[in-house]
Design a protein around this ligand. Structure first.
Ligand SMILES: *[C@@H]1O[C@H](CO)[C@@H](O)[C@H](O)[C@H]1NC(C)=O
Ligand SMILES: *[C@@H]1O[C@H](CO)[C@@H](O)[C@H](O)[C@H]1NC(C)=O
Ligand SMILES: *[C@@H]1O[C@H](CO)[C@@H](O)[C@H](O)[C@H]1NC(C)=O
Ligand SMILES: CC(=O)N[C@H]1CO[C@H](CO)[C@@H](O)[C@@H]1O
Length: 461
């Protein structure tokens, strides 16, 4: 076809650039196009060896052993034929590297010898459950020649031991991601001191942290992601770096984020909380610290717990949020939290309701008496954002349950500035495999019939 004709006219050197922009798997696919492409795939600067492409974790141990061997042989063969002087990105995802220590060492040396800029070494096991609290000890030590390479800009180490004091050599490192590893809070401070250009730090399933303190005034850190880490002491303190993006998944801590004027986006998920507790004031304080955030994502736990605390039922000072994303089951336990946030975000422009399964707490006690059936239909308060700023509402995973319809009716009847109400129908299958799409579509048509406070409102499905 035409596209292929066009590609055949390009020079090899242009194709080398194009191929390096593709993922390794996509690039591999091009190699079946022709001999020339096969040769070009072998010049990609983005190399990704991922055992998941070879090993099926559902298979018997014996088969998995064979598949792992095939994977390693493929990778060894591949780099044997590699002729380029430098590579941009090298990924190795391989669980239990102990059986192939020499080969793994060989891959790492290959990447450093090619002055790799982005190095990903992931030795975690894909079958580990992120939500259980079992900590897995790393059995692999980062080869010492890696510390000698000063070109590294991005490094991801999962289930891989390293010597923090040797990080001094990574003077141009901008991005660091550490996962499934024993990490002490003082190591994090040393890290920020040793890598002054660091802009992005991700900690995933790190344990033994103690408390988390990020307070290196000169730090350039803009992105902080803390994902299901295991703290001994639930204290989380940030001062100094001016963060733009803060993403947190874990348990509720005593959060203290000082002076975060530049924060644009926060994503809060308390997916590691398994019981209902009246810790609303801790979440309330966190939101107060996130006063500058423009895009805020909250989870069902937050909606259930937030309005329950010692604090008054609204924020001391309103939030600056323009886009609010609710990950919610729209269960009646969450109603007070949703109202709390609508009230606290007077400048809200876009509301995304992402319908997702949630952990609903049976011992939930509402902050005030209300009848869940009438929560969105009787004695309503129209919040400021509905009068002036809220223009777009989108529902992801729409099923048209009673509470979805009630909430949407409320928004349609009171949203005077509304322009768009977009419903994305749930594609999830019900238990018995019945196709529910038609039913959900019919219910979506009910939404189109609602009275509208804004004559400009368009409902699309
Ligand atoms: C390896 O592949 C799996 C499955 O596609 C993916 O989930 C995982 O993120 C990949 N690992 C790395 C380090 O890219
Ligand atoms: C830093 O790199 C140099 C080589 O450039 C090496 O000699 C030295 O041992 C490295 N320092 C550390 C702490 O690894
Ligand atoms: C379900 O039905 C809708 C039309 O009613 C169709 O578009 C969709 O592809 C079906 N989904 C499945 C998974 O069969
Ligand atoms: C740019 C650079 O320092 N590259 C070196 C990385 O380390 C290997 C040894 O592992 C050297 O051969 C490279 O020259």
């Amino acid at each position: 076809n035409n596209n292929q004709d066009m590609l055949t006219k390009l020079t090899d050197s242009l194709l080398f650039i194009i191929i390096s922009l593709l993922s390794f798997k996509e690039a591999a696919r091009t190699s079946i196009l022709s001999k020339r492409w096969h040769h070009i795939w072998h010049a990609t600067k983005n190399i990704e060896f991922n055992e998941s492409f070879f090993v099926n974790h559902g298979e018997s141990d014996r088969n998995k052993r064979i598949q792992r061997k095939v994977f390693i042989d493929f990778a060894l063969q591949w780099i044997r034929n590699y002729g380029e002087p430098v590579i941009d990105k090298f990924t190795l995802a391989f669980s239990r590297p102990k059986d192939f220590l020499d080969e793994v060492q060989h891959f790492v040396t290959f990447s450093t010898a090619h002055s790799v800029k982005v190095l990903v070494l992931d030795f975690s096991d894909p079958t580990w459950n992120e939500y259980d609290l079992e900590n897995h000890e790393a059995s692999y030590d980062l080869p010492s020649n890696v510390y000698g390479n000063k070109t590294l800009e991005s490094l991801k180490l999962f289930t891989c031991n390293f010597i923090m004091s040797r990080f001094k050599n990574f003077s141009v490192l901008k991005e660091l991601s550490l996962g499934w590893i024993d990490l002490k809070h003082y190591s994090i401070r040393d890290l920020l001191l040793d890598c002054p250009l660091l802009e992005s730090l991700t900690l995933k399933r790190c344990y033994n942290i103690g408390y988390l303190e990020i307070s290196v005034p000169s730090s350039r850190l803009k992105t902080l992601v803390v994902d299901k880490c295991d703290f001994g002491c639930p204290w989380f303190y940030v001062e100094g770096p001016k963060l733009r993006l803060f993403k947190y998944c874990g348990t509720v801590c005593e959060f203290q984020l000082e002076n975060q004027r530049c924060m644009e986006e926060a994503d809060l998920d308390f997916g590691l909380e398994f019981s209902f507790e009246e810790v609303g004031h801790l979440l309330y304080n966190l939101l107060q610290d996130l006063f500058a955030v423009k895009t805020l994502t909250v989870c069902s736990y937050m909606l259930q717990v937030l309005p329950n605390g010692e604090e008054p039922l609204s924020m001391q000072s309103p939030l600056d949020v323009r886009h609010l994303i609710l990950r919610t089951a729209l269960h009646s336990n969450e109603f007070c939290g949703i109202k709390f946030l609508l009230k606290s975000c007077p400048l809200l422009e876009t509301l995304t309701i992402d319908i997702s399964p949630a952990r609903i707490f049976p011992d939930y006690t509402p902050p005030y008496e209300f009848d869940p059936r009438e929560a969105w239909t009787k004695k309503l308060i129209v919040y400021k954002c509905l009068l002036r700023s809220l223009k777009v509402v989108e529902v992801k995973g729409f099923k048209g349950t009673m509470s979805e319809l009630h909430v949407l009716q409320y928004l349609s009847v009171s949203g005077r500035a509304m322009k768009q109400l977009n419903l994305f129908i749930s594609r999830e299958m019900e238990g018995d495999g019945e196709n529910m799409t038609r039913l959900y579509m019919q219910r979506a048509q009910i939404v189109q019939q609602f009275k509208k406070a804004s004559c400009q409102l368009i409902v699309s499905i």
